[in-house]
Structure formats: C-alpha cells, structure tokens
Design a protein around this ligand. Sequence first.
Ligand SMILES: *[C@@H]1O[C@H](CO)[C@@H](O)[C@H](O)[C@H]1NC(C)=O
Ligand SMILES: *[C@@H]1O[C@H](CO)[C@@H](O)[C@H](O)[C@H]1NC(C)=O
Ligand SMILES: *[C@@H]1O[C@H](CO)[C@@H](O)[C@H](O)[C@H]1NC(C)=O
Ligand SMILES: *[C@@H]1O[C@H](CO)[C@@H](O)[C@H](O)[C@H]1NC(C)=O
Ligand SMILES: *[C@@H]1O[C@H](CO)[C@@H](O)[C@H](O)[C@H]1NC(C)=O
Ligand SMILES: *[C@@H]1O[C@H](CO)[C@@H](O)[C@H](O)[C@H]1NC(C)=O
Ligand SMILES: *[C@@H]1O[C@H](CO)[C@@H](O)[C@H](O)[C@H]1NC(C)=O
Ligand SMILES: *[C@@H]1O[C@H](CO)[C@@H](O)[C@H](O)[C@H]1NC(C)=O
Length: 502
Amino acid sequence: MSTPHHLRFTNIILLLFLSATLTSLATTTSIPQELLKGFSTVPLSTSTSFQPVLTDRTGNFSLGFLRQNQNDLQLVVVHTPSSEPLWVANPTQSASWADTTRLFFNGSLVLWDSQRSITWSTNTDGDRVVLLNTSNLQIQNKATTKTPLWESFNFPTNTLVQDQNFTTNMTLVSPNRLYSLRLGDNFMGLYEINSEEEQGRSLSKRLFLLYWKHTALQAKARVVTGAGPISARVSTEGYIGMYQTSSKPIDVQKFNSFQQTSSTSFLLVRLESDGNLKGYYWDSTKSAWLLNYQAITETCELPNPCGSYGLCTPGESSCSCLDNQTRFEPGGCFNGSGGEDGELCGVNGIGGEKNYMILRRNGVEPPHKALLEEVTTLSLEECEGLCEKNCRCWGALYNNQTGFCYVLDYQIGTMLGTGDESKVGYFKVRKGARKRNRVGVIIGIVVAVLVGVIVTGGVICVMRWRKKKANPKEEDNWASPGPYKNLGSESFSSIEMSGSAQ
Ligand SMILES: *[C@@H]1O[C@H](CO)[C@@H](O)[C@H](O)[C@H]1NC(C)=O
Ligand SMILES: *[C@@H]1O[C@H](CO)[C@@H](O)[C@H](O)[C@H]1NC(C)=O
Ligand SMILES: *[C@@H]1O[C@H](CO)[C@@H](O)[C@H](O)[C@H]1NC(C)=O
Ligand SMILES: *[C@@H]1O[C@H](CO)[C@@H](O)[C@H](O)[C@H]1NC(C)=O
Ligand SMILES: *[C@@H]1O[C@H](CO)[C@@H](O)[C@H](O)[C@H]1NC(C)=O
Ligand SMILES: *[C@@H]1O[C@H](CO)[C@@H](O)[C@H](O)[C@H]1NC(C)=O
Ligand SMILES: *[C@@H]1O[C@H](CO)[C@@H](O)[C@H](O)[C@H]1NC(C)=O
Ligand SMILES: *[C@@H]1O[C@H](CO)[C@@H](O)[C@H](O)[C@H]1NC(C)=O
C-alpha cells in the first residue's frame, strides 16, 4: 500500500526538479547574443523589474525592458550584476508595459507602442543587433561588422562608460533634463538647460547657463587651433581624458582610484539630477558602485542646491531663503515664475502696473560669478536701474567695493551667502508667485478643519437644543439607536451650513 504513494512522491519531486532545471536552463539559454531580422518580442506581465532581450558574450551587460512606475517601460542597456541602466533608448518618453508594446528588428530596431503612439527606431537597414562586451549596442551588416550602421555609444543618455568616446556633437543630459554636459573648443562644461530650450523655442546664448567649466591643462599635449574638435573618454586607468589630435591627452581629471583600479573593475561617469558629474567604479567583491570622482565637491557650487530664491552659505552648506520672512522648504522659497513664458516682459498689469515685487538682501553674491559677465557701475542705484529697465532681467547684484554689477537675465535660483554685507542683491519676484511654505498651508488646512468642526458641533448643539425646546417628544427618537437616516441628514445639513457660512 505504501509503495505507490512513495513512488508518486518521488515522481513529484523528480518532476519538480526537472521543471526547475528546465526553466533555469530556459532563462539562461533563451537570452540571445544576437537578434536577426524577424525578431519580435513583447513585455511579459510576469516580469516585475527587468526583462532581458539580448546579452553580451560576457553576460555583464544586457539589453531589455525596464519596468518603472508599474506600467512604464524603457528600453535600456543595463550592467547586469547591478541592474544599473547605462543607456536608455528614448529618455523623454516611456512606453506602456502592455502587450500592445512590441520590440522588433526588421533592419531597424523598433520599439512600437500602439497604446501611447510611441515609435522609437534606429532607422537602419542592418542584418543583426549585437551587444558588445563594452555595453555598446550595435546594428551591423554582416559584410562590414567593423563599421556598424548604428551604435548606442553615439547617443549617450546620462552615462559614459569606460572607453566610450564623447564628442562635441554629443551631450549628456541629467535624468530630470535640467542639466547637460558638453564639450567646448578646449574645455568641458556643465550647463543648466533653460526650459525654453526644451519647449523648442528660439535659442539664445544665455539659454544654456554654464555653471562648471574645466579647461584643458595641456600638460602632455597642446590644443592645436583649427585641427578639429576635442573629445573625451573615461580611461580604464582611472581618469577622464580630453583628446584632440594625438592619443596623448590634452587633459587628465584623475579619479580617486587613479592607476589603482584593477583591470576587472568597470568605470563610468554619470550626470546626476543635482547637476553634478560623478564617477563610479564597480566593486565586484562588494557588489556595489563606489564613488570615485565628483566634478563639484562643494554643495553651494551645485547649480541650484536650494531651489528658487534660495540662499546657500558656503562652509555651512545649509539652505535658507533670500526673503528672510520665508522659511526654507526643499524645492525653493518662491515657486518659479508662474507665467507661461517665464518672462516679466509683456505681461504688465492694467495701466502699466509692474507685475513683480522687489526683494533686497544684503550679504549675497551670484553663484559661479567667475563664469558671469559683469559691468562696472558707479552706484548701487545705477546697477539696480540696469535691471529695473530691462524686463528680461530678474535680478542684479552689486559689490560696492569693486563697482561690479551682475545682471541676471534668467530666473533666480540659489544665490550664495557671503559675510560681506556690502554686497547687495536686488531681485524681482513675480506677483502671485507663491511662497512654497507647505507647513503654512498644512497649518491653514488644520485650522480650517478645526473651525469647521467647531462650527458644525455648535450648529448641531443649537439645532438639538432648539428641537428639544420646540418638540421635546422627538428627543427619544434622536437618542434611540434606530434612525441612522436622521443622524445622517442632520450632520449632512449642518456640514452644508458650515460650508455655505465659510
Ligand atoms: C565582466 O567583465 C569583466 C571585465 O571587465 C570580466 O573579467 C568578467 O569575466 C566579466 N564577467 C562575466 C560574468 O563574464
Ligand atoms: C521596419 O518597420 C518600421 C515600422 O513598422 C517601418 O517604418 C520600416 O520601414 C521597416 N524597415 C524596413 C527596413 O523594413
Ligand atoms: C571584449 O571583446 C574584445 C574583442 O571583441 C576582446 O578583445 C576583449 O578581450 C573582450 N573583453 C572582455 C572583458 O571580455
Ligand atoms: C574612441 O576613439 C579612439 C580614437 O579616435 C578610437 O581609437 C577608439 O576606437 C574609439 N572607441 C570607440 C569605442 O569607438
Ligand atoms: C558626431 O560626429 C561624428 C563625426 O565627428 C559622427 O561620426 C557621428 O555620427 C556624429 N554623431 C551624431 C549623433 O550626430
Ligand atoms: C507653482 O505653483 C503653481 C500653483 O500652485 C503650479 O501650478 C506651478 O506648477 C508651480 N510651478 C513650479 C515651477 O513649481
Ligand atoms: C529681514 O531683512 C530685512 C531687509 O534685509 C531686515 O531689515 C530685517 O531686519 C530682516 N529680518 C530678520 C528677522 O532678520
Ligand atoms: C559700501 O557699503 C557699505 C554699507 O552699505 C558702506 O558702509 C560703505 O561705505 C560702502 N563702500 C563704498 C566704497 O561705497
């Protein structure tokens, strides 16, 4: 009697074991190392975070679907051990995680989402898709594999991996799309991207605000004017090199691990959402990315550490508000401009009334002033006048010792605090720009609710008292557990009353 039972049990174990090995085999062997014409796949509802589609030979990198916010899908190349995205196909839009989204290869690698009408394509006519052991995704022709038709290294997002060439026609953009890294003639710079640029409006010189600049030192090789643009790349020896004509760098920005990293660790630089450029290396023994380099080491030197109309005091690295009546909240002190075009021009109130207020503060100076142009004026009044007359000006800062006047023709972000009270700031604040004092709002809501409760309570008491006086018999009805309707309508009407009373 016990033998069949036993048999069945071992059968089940065997079956389980078999199916487990089969599925694990399936998952390891089914990720291809190349995609040929006719390939097509959809996101699976069972995948929770990452669904690989293609892997490189070492297994260190994979191309696949990254699931975000439950229903959003990004096509990315990740570093497999850490699942860290190194490249994103379409960083400005995400597709939907649904079977209406399809990735296929017909010569072009195409991500097509019929639900959100999103199409991303490499626009090529290739034979295969491969992921190199550098994390570079390529569309190749079988005849000419050396020169790919398309490669992801030409379209970096916010990350540069080791040995990836960064050229003057490329930009790195932070995930929040506020900051970018670009190369100049002989320097690399970090820029604030003005929202007008994102909206596709006409470009002017000031729409990209330089906040960090590293000029080539030219110790090992010199910049030859007219000899072509410069490029940059992260060297496996642990530095960011800038290059022009020779293989010798015109500049070297060393990482902490300079000439110490072993050949098996992996390096990258990344433009973060705070506007800093940071370097990391992968420590495979700790299974962690370790910080290795920071372009900006002082918090107050970041582009906007305290938000709009904020004040950052170097050394203290703490945030406050330019308006000393406003308490600092993360995100800034006044929320931006409010206006659609973010300008003070052409939106004057009735009768030419100014649409802004003036805020003055002593002991402040502009951030990154070495990168700003200054004018020399004879007085504070003259400096402020330059700004007052110009509707594109948002503020002016005057140093009465040097006579330098900085006119800020962009919306006011974070200013720097200085102990020198003779440095004076003049700022325009758009009327109606809300103080972002959320605590105040919350207190307001709490007070309003309390008042409402008291009024409601009072009204109920008065009504009960009146009822009791007018019709004492009804009191039994009220007190009895039965009539929920009464209680409901009673409290409903009193809320209506307190609502209309407000
Ligand atoms: C990952 O790449 C390193 C070299 O960067 C190599 O030594 C290692 O074997 C690779 N890992 C795997 C799993 O292939
Ligand atoms: C691949 O498919 C896309 C989208 O359907 C289409 O626009 C494109 O012409 C196709 N490319 C080739 C080479 O067939
Ligand atoms: C990557 O591939 C190249 C050639 O395709 C090879 O020379 C190199 O050793 C490979 N690197 C790793 C870490 O596998
Ligand atoms: C980067 O540029 C250098 C010099 O032009 C070249 O030798 C190297 O192959 C390039 N690397 C990649 C990944 O394209
Ligand atoms: C950037 O310029 C290089 C040549 O200088 C070119 O090969 C590459 O395709 C360009 N990349 C983009 C994104 O235009
Ligand atoms: C500023 O506040 C208004 C109203 O609360 C809001 O609509 C707007 O999006 C806010 N702007 C910014 C830049 O936070
Ligand atoms: C706030 O600033 C104004 C003008 O700069 C100054 O007169 C006032 O004393 C300051 N108030 C506090 C509480 O610091
Ligand atoms: C600068 O301003 C301070 C304070 O307002 C004043 O005491 C000083 O005399 C001024 N210096 C110059 C050179 O005007």
